[in-house]
Write a protein that binds this ligand. Structure first.
Ligand SMILES: [Mn+2]
Length: 331
């Protein structure tokens, strides 16, 4: 085992982590060992370091950097490498980076079932027995699918017995923590690992101030959007224009699509981030791969699979882009 993080000397350490439950839990596990790190999450929705992030990192001027649960591109890693040694802990499929330590068992051929989350990777690296934080990350990333993971579920069931909670309670913990990025509360996300690191049971997570109210606020926002005005803009295509300050487009799209299973549903939201529109498509999409490739060719961020596509485009391109998408869907 590579122990190079265990006897590190540094003045100013920086911990960059994903904004979701797994990212915060992985960061908390690292803080258990190195509690004086500054925490930073990239601008929510960006899987890279933008100018604002780079300014903040320049300001901190770290002499060690740890990255948890984020598959940053080569260019961002190159930026970090200028400051200091970089340590990466992750479980996403990605290229191996030229850094001090790139600890990702999945890219070295280990099964993703054995490492359902970055928290699982970090916990093992520091020789923790699986604990609350290990398990929280896995619930955040895998949710119900954890039930199909025989290895993980055995570990989880033992812990659930000890805590006297059930599967639903742990799902709720992840929902509570993920409310932060859905609301866009970046500052709270960056502070949360410092609070999580001392928690030992799911009940303590559910009691974190404000999270329950967050979840309720999000639920009513989703309901409102999913039942609002929906237009028919193509033969089998429905369109919903959201105006929400929250990052709930994927939940809203799923909700509409599940109630209109014969239709393709397009949802846009240009109010989560200034200057940008999120666009989601769900339903029986005949050519999702083509749509994703074309959006990428045009320089947009896009991803998805056969029944769902998500994209981010500049607000100024929105009308033209949507027209194009409808055309592609009807081809
Ligand atoms: Mn993860």
């Amino acid at each position: 085992m590579d122990n190079s993080l265990n006897d590190l000397k540094y003045e100013k350490g920086l911990l960059i982590h994903h904004w979701d439950t797994d990212g915060m839990s992985s960061a908390a596990l690292i803080l258990k060992k190195l509690s004086d790190l500054e925490t930073l999450t990239p601008s929510i929705g960006n899987y890279y370091l933008n100018e604002g992030d780079r300014d903040r990192i320049n300001e901190i001027d770290p002499d060690i950097i740890i990255v948890a649960d984020m598959a940053l591109p080569e260019e961002s890693i190159g930026f970090l490498n200028q400051f200091s040694d970089v340590f990466i802990f992750d479980h996403h499929l990605q290229e191996k980076h030229d850094v001090k330590l790139h600890h990702n068992p999945v890219i070295y051929g280990k099964s993703p079932k054995r490492y359902p989350s970055a928290s699982w990777v970090v916990g093992e690296y520091f020789n923790h027995e699986p604990n609350l934080l290990t398990v929280l990350g896995a619930f955040g990333d895998r949710e119900d699918k954890l039930k199909e993971n025989g290895y993980a579920i055995e570990v989880i069931e033992q812990l659930m017995d000890r805590w006297d909670v059930d599967f639903e309670d742990l799902l709720r913990c992840a929902e509570y923590l993920d409310s932060l990025y859905k609301l866009g509360n970046r500052f709270e996300i960056e502070q949360m690992p410092h609070q999580l690191k001392d928690l030992e049971s799911p009940g303590e997570v559910l009691n974190i101030e404000g999270l329950k109210e967050n979840v309720e606020k999000l639920k009513s926002a989703v309901e409102k959007e999913a039942h609002g005005n929906i237009e028919e803009i193509g033969k089998n295509v429905l369109f919903k224009e959201m105006e929400s300050p929250f990052n709930i487009i994927s939940t809203v799209t799923r909700k509409i699509a599940w109630s209109r299973e014969d239709k393709i549903v397009i949802v846009s939201n240009c109010k989560f981030k200034e200057g940008e529109c999120q666009v989601y498509i769900r339903g029986p999409i005949p050519n999702s791969e083509e749509i994703i490739d074309k959006a990428k060719e045009e320089g947009y961020s896009a991803g998805g699979k056969e029944d769902v596509v998500g994209m981010v485009i500049p607000t100024s391109d929105k009308d033209e882009f949507l027209k194009d998408i409808v055309k592609q869907l009807e081809e």
